[in-house]
Design a protein around this ligand. Structure first.
Ligand code: FES
Ligand code: FE
Length: 373
């Protein structure tokens, strides 16, 4: 469909096939997820040497591990001998090294090949050259971000830049001090929908009045359907009688120590392409990491982050968790309701975006440019 078929105020979406076609998803894996910085793990989940997590990024399985020197490193989860996956469990701990379960090649926590049966009779095997393949890693906001590209794009431009574009500066997010916050609750959602439906849903608020009764109670301006998140620096204001960002608007916790007065009683939502959504409220932060696993399946891990004091004191976080958990369930149900229609002939040429959703077309153009380039 071309835009000339439509009134000027309407813009076509991507055709349905972009959400169902394995080849399109393959291009997204190789040209988006395997090229960009991808938020992999919460650094504090790997507190001591030998702790590791396995994550799927594009077509690759990646191990993130805490080294003996205290630093985090990432490697492809592939044995250099004959290619067996080193780890099959999602997370765990090794004492000093990873040992491949196939022929027992052994790699230390910096990825170096340190032992293999009969290796003394194979002096030509270079232990560094045949070490685990390293993957670029940066830590920011308390998370390890990895990049599979040989030459990663600028972290400052792509990741930090996305935050600056939304909030105006980095100081605005630094005030929430995400590095020091702790996970009060984590919920993993296995969503039967294409990752782009989830991004598009997060980017618009046209649906808020229809599916988010609790959220629009707390943030009345969302009932108007404007995507408040796309005005630089704009935070949606809490309703007058709302005490906190909780499921019933009741009192939350003390404001995070660094949060400025002009950020108090406000909600900021931001997207860091391709796979992160962050929500900032005065007393906690809600951090989503997406893992697109197939053209019709995306795992979303959502962390609710609070001060150490709130988490350690065992204070009841359930009312604040419940608000966004409901929002997540409402959003993901909408995405799952939409996914089957993507393969219908009714959607073969796509749908339309109304004016308040126009910024989604910029996302469509971005995805299309990346996969065609
Ligand atoms: Fe790993 Fe042989 S495949 S030791
Ligand atoms: Fe929503």
């Amino acid at each position: 469909m071309t835009t000339t078929d439509l009134p000027a105020s309407l813009i076509p979406t991507l055709p349905g096939q972009h959400y169902t076609d394995r080849n399109v998803f393959g291009l997204e894996q190789s040209r988006i997820f395997e090229q960009m910085w991808f938020c992999a793990v919460r650094a504090a989940d790997l507190p001591t040497p030998g702790k590791f997590e396995k994550v799927q990024i594009g077509r690759e399985s990646v191990l993130v591990v805490r080294g003996r020197d205290g630093g985090l490193r990432a490697f492809l989860n592939i044995c250099r001998h004959r290619g067996a996956q080193i780890c099959t469990e999602d997370s765990g701990e090794v004492k000093r090294a990873f040992q491949c379960p196939y022929h027992a090649w052994t790699y230390d926590l910096s990825g170096k090949l340190i032992a293999a049966p009969n290796l003394t009779s194979m002096p030509d095997v270079d232990r560094v050259q045949y070490g685990l393949v390293p993957v670029h890693l940066r830590e920011w906001l308390g998370y390890a971000w990895v990049c599979l590209a040989d030459e990663p794009p600028s972290f400052e431009e792509d990741v930090m830049g996305a935050v600056v574009e939304r909030l105006g500066d980095l100081e605005s997010i630094d005030r929430y001090d995400l590095d020091t916050l702790e996970v009060g609750r984590r919920i993993t959602y296995d969503v039967k929908a294409n990752w782009k439906l989830i991004v598009e849903n997060f980017m618009e608020c046209y649906h808020c009045a229809t599916i988010h009764p609790e959220l629009t109670e707390v943030l009345p301006e969302f009932a108007d359907g404007y995507a408040a998140q796309y005005y630089v620096g704009h935070g949606a204001e809490f309703g007058d009688d709302v005490k906190g960002f909780t499921v019933d608007g009741s009192e939350g916790f003390d404001k995070l120590p660094g949060v400025a007065d002009d950020q108090d009683r406000r909600y900021y939502a931001l997207t860091v392409k391709p796979s992160v959504f962050i929500n900032l409220v005065p007393d906690h932060v809600i951090f989503h990491r997406m893992f697109p696993l197939a053209e019709d399946r995306t795992v979303v891990v959502c962390d609710w982050l609070y001060t150490k004091e709130v988490v350690e004191s065992g204070k009841d976080v359930s009312r604040s968790v419940e608000l966004f958990h409901r929002v997540n369930e409402q959003d993901f149900e909408a995405c799952e309701r939409t996914q089957p229609a993507m393969s219908s002939r009714a959607y073969a040429r796509g749908g339309v975006l109304v004016p308040s959703e126009h910024h989604i077309s910029a996302f469509h153009e971005w995805v299309s440019a990346r996969i065609s380039g």
